[in-house]
Design a binder for this molecule. Structure first.
Ligand code: NA7
Length: 534
């Protein structure tokens, strides 16, 4: 690490996005780059989320970088869905293989970034006292990285251990013989529940909203699986770039109503058996567009829950009602519903009797008191905007990003914000981001950003900024497309509903990858229409 203080680019975050941004800008564009990373290791999401059962919901062989065919050929994934330690090993391998570490400063959180109009540069400050400048500020902060810690009275008074899935201790936790209370039934809670239940004396799961979870059907790869993947890697990666959600499945153009009830049942049963996200994307194209189609798939899942969970009251509590399947980020699981058949596991509904307070011995809902040795918060994140807004970012004329986004995020293509020149937001709100297999969305953004910087450099320009008009039009388009889908019909983190007081806006672009990429290509090939340069 050099003592330099002036860079061509500063990148915030060393997860999948930050590592690739560094590689691309430094190695392909010969830029000087400094990456700041809050963790003391690389990996972002895969550094912090090391709770028991933390596993990727996308399949390993395409939840990875595609930019280097050599990397793809040399890395061996052990199975269908890698657990957190394996992905952490992979990102560390990438950091070593491409000699990225020398430009990454770990254990350093960016606290403030201010645009200096006179120099067209960003001034960046960190919690370690760094004060540096950069022509470009590239945020690679992740969409799910600002933990949501519920504001409950008594948090400091609990005498037992408190854990958060989003910041799990590196050394792990031994729950053997303990009474554990787990709050939250999103992907993290659903993955952690079976693991904790297998270890703890008792597990009590506090559920505010039931989720539609599909079996993952994880399996280890055989040597022939590995060989087949490697032979077909080019086609696999190409398919991820053209599909709606970044998965290498052939596009399905089949409406739920176009087949008979028996055929529908057979298709859904087949997808249930196959496991994973394909249940949402691989059977019918209209599950997120047509409420009636969605209800058919939703009822199929409810039936599976009722068949799996022996106690009818618990089964009914676990059945999601009142919102469409997929409108909340759908989890996938290994033995989640089965876990509620264990003697040592209890489900508590906190939708009708919410948690009032954490107590010295456990917690209190409006209905009862509970005693625990350990509490686990699987309460999610201030998604998509939280991490950016926790940094004091000030653009032209000193405007704070927090003020510019007071009524919800406003971006052009999810890549740039009017009034914040030379700042790029990788997988920012207004881009497909979390609705797409993330490494695919990330590579697309990094490559678009690099092309844009190259375009400026060829012309000797030092400033770029989205125009207000183009941004307004994009925000309107994002909202319009969202209205045509069912995404707005659930209280999910996609719309900020999990954070009290957060403006309700469908944050990811819901038009799918092909339509989005077409828009991005049109902008870049038109000489960056909608952007001002100087
Ligand atoms: P999620 O999916 O946001 O889940 C958080 C869970 O915690 C969810 O069940 C919430 O209920 C619950 N929650 C949040 N705040 C509270 C309070 N105050 N009281 C009770 N329950 C609460 O986060 P995850 O970490 O599981 O997953 C995040 C993403 O990571 C996931 O979508 C994948 O993309 C990977 P709610 O549903 O809001 O009623």
């Amino acid at each position: 690490m050099t003592g330099d203080t002036d860079f061509d680019a500063v990148v915030i975050g060393a997860g999948f996005a930050g590592l690739y941004a560094l590689k691309k800008l430094r190695d392909d564009l010969s830029m000087t780059v400094r990456v700041y990373e809050a963790g003391d290791g690389v990996g972002g999401t895969w550094y912090w989320n090391r709770y028991p059962g933390a596993r990727c919901d996308s399949e390993s062989f395409y939840y990875c970088y595609s930019f280097s065919p050599e990397l793809a050929q040399e890395w061996e994934w052990s199975g269908r869905y890698p657990e957190q330690p394996e992905i952490e090993r992979y990102v560390n391998h990438v950091a070593d293989r491409f000699e990225l570490r020398r430009d990454i400063q770990l254990s350093t959180r960016v606290t403030a970034a201010t645009f200096d109009e006179s120099a067209n540069r960003w001034e960046i400050r960190t919690d370690r006292g760094d004060a540096v400048t950069a022509r470009f500020l590239v945020t690679a902060v992740g969409c799910l990285s600002a933990p949501n810690v519920p504001d409950l009275p008594g948090m400091d008074e609990f005498q037992g251990e408190i854990y958060f899935t989003a910041t799990w201790p590196r050394e792990g936790v031994d729950f053997t013989g303990k009474r554990v209370g787990l709050i939250g039934t999103g992907s993290s809670g659903i993955q952690a529940t079976p693991r904790i239940a297998a270890e703890a004396a008792r597990l009590t799961v506090f559920q505010r909203t039931p989720n539609f979870s599909i079996p993952a059907r994880h399996s280890a790869f055989l040597p022939e699986d590995q060989a087949k993947i490697k032979e077909n890697y080019e086609d696999i990666f190409a398919a991820t770039r053209t599909s709606w959600a970044g998965f290498p499945y052939a596009p399905i153009k089949r409406a739920t109503a176009s087949v008979s009830a028996d055929e529908r049942e057979e298709i859904l049963e087949g997808l249930w058996g196959e496991g994973g996200f394909k249940f949402l994307w691989g059977g019918f194209h209209d599950l997120l567009l047509d409420a009636e189609a969605n209800e058919i798939a939703s009822e199929f899942i409810r039936r599976k829950i009722r068949e799996t969970v022996k106690d009818p009251d618990t089964a009914e509590l676990l059945c999601p009602k009142g919102y469409p399947y997929g409108a909340k980020r759908p989890p996938i699981d290994t033995d989640y519903y089965e876990t509620f058949n264990r003697e040592n596991v209890t489900l508590v509904d906190i939708s009708t009797a919410p948690i009032e307070a954490i107590t010295t011995a456990g917690l209190r809902t409006t209905a009862a008191d509970y005693e625990f040795d350990a509490l686990v918060f699987a309460t999610g994140f201030d998604a998509m905007t939280g991490t950016l807004l926790r940094i004091d970012i000030r653009g032209a004329d000193g405007v704070r990003l927090a003020d510019a986004w007071a009524d919800g995020p406003r971006t052009l293509l999810g890549l740039q914000v009017a009034g914040f020149p030379n700042m790029f937001t990788i997988t920012g709100p207004g881009s497909p981001s979390v609705l797409v297999n993330m490494p695919v969305a990330i590579e697309h953004h990094v490559e678009w950003i690099a092309d844009c910087i190259e375009y400026m450099r060829e012309r000797g320009w030092t400033r770029l900024e989205a125009t207000e008009e183009a941004q307004d039009a994009w925000v309107e388009h994002v909202a319009e497309v969202a209205k045509q889908s069912l995404f707005g019909r659930a209280n999910s983190w996609y719309v900020g509903a999990n954070i009290p007081g957060k403006p309700r806006v469908v944050m990811p672009y819901t038009g799918g990858q092909p339509m989005y990429r077409e828009r991005c290509d049109a902008v870049s090939s038109s000489g960056y229409e909608g952007f001002k340069f100087g």
